[in-house]
Design a protein around this ligand. Sequence first.
Ligand code: SAH
Length: 510
Amino acid sequence: MDKIGKVYLIGAGPGDPGLLTIKAKECIENADVVVYDYLASPFLLDYVKKDAQIIYVGKKGGDHTLSQDGINQLLVDKAKHGLNIARLKGGDPFVFGRGGEEAQMLLSCGVPYEVIPGVTSAIAAPAYAGIPVTHRDHTSFVSFITGHENPDKKETSMQWDIYARSNATLVFLMGVKNLANIAKNLINNGKSPDTPVALVRWGTTARQQTVTGTLETIVEKVKKAKLKSPAIIVIGHVVSLRNELAWFDKRPLFGKRIVITRARAQASSLVSKLSKLGAQCIEIPTIKIAPPEDISPLKKSIENIDIYDWLVFTSVNGVKFFFDTLFDMGKDVRILGHLKLACIGPVTKERLQDYGIISDILPETYRAESVIKAFLNIKLKNKKILLPRAKKARTILPEELTKMGAKVDEVIAYETLLDMNKKEELINLLQDNKIDAVTFTSSSTVSNFISLLDSKNTGKLLKNIIIASIGPITSKTARSLDIEPEIEAGEYTIQGLVDSLLAYYESKNP
Ligand code: SAH
């Protein structure tokens, strides 16, 4: 028989990907098989190694993709094939996660296991809503209670009289559907109808929603807010601390649903900056970055690099594809030693630094016109410039440099293609009014975005949407397509775009 694998029962945390433990991350990175649930954040799959098998066994309400027995069997089968398994569970695996049952089953089948505790939603969701589950002035203990007792159980283990009498903070999980029953039982057993209650849905994520009330009012309020599962119910005086301690939903962009149209590989800095301010980022990449159809001109220019005096980069992608090709050809950065370098902006500059190269020119603002200005004091007569960049890039830079006496060889380093993958999702979100703002970080993000929409409905679909553009060129393209940006970045960078979005929303909500 094969060497037997190990099953790691991993707490994936409550939703915020930052709340995964370091040990869990390492374990996911090393796993041969990843088995995950409805509540385990899909972000975690970014850590999975390339050839790992990923199996979804989610349960949503009553819908089980795989029965508990099926999941158990799967874990045992995979382990018996010698595979290491990361079994991801929302929150903590041993807090209402059936982790205990899975461990017992593994034990009985002779499959070795380890448990990696996680941050449970029972504590984290209240914490992100500004509710400490214990506080010396309010309560000295806290109970975690199922709000959904196993319906097959003959005798209830719910001790309503004890819950009602104690001054503990009561935290119910899986209780939304049963809320009326929970409130009624507590009041009937003597708990004051004025006791504060909060429900926190999708706690710790950008979609977090909190409804507060009292045992008497909460059912009506939850109904009105249409709040559904998954949510934590917190009952007790600590809930009143939220008035003072709320922080997560006070961040300036909280609740704003912002579409990111950049290519996936480039979206992360914008996503992370906006997420930190509380926004819910919806990634709809409109661009796919691909190597050029014909790579030979780029290769040839690298082969002939000795003839050039300057190497000019106008994008991070240009840098990436240029160096990828150079390394693929078995060369290294020493072949560039004789060259002067220029780049278009700080991010391109940083990327060059990753290769150990400092740009000789950094323009004041981040567009072709500024690069030209930066060259004004430099003698370009008869200098040879290599310009590796995108197919169909603007012509102004090579034209102006040529006017200054330089000989410019433009070479295609990459192509930007229309990405249609999320077309339907985008149209659905717009139709359902689930988007507040759309960001455009280049002219092609705008024109591709428009291509994703069915053009006749564009005006209607974008009616109440705030458009944010990274700079005047992108805005111009937008206007030419009948989109009017409300926001234009002051500094033509991702940070500039984020700052302008922030300023816009702060001016609306001072
Ligand atoms: N093991 C999990 C709990 C699983 S039971 C943990 O430790 O968090 C499933 C219940 O957890 C849901 O019905 C809901 O009550 C709660 N829950 C899980 N994630 C949540 C979240 N992000 N926000 C609010 N409640 C959540």
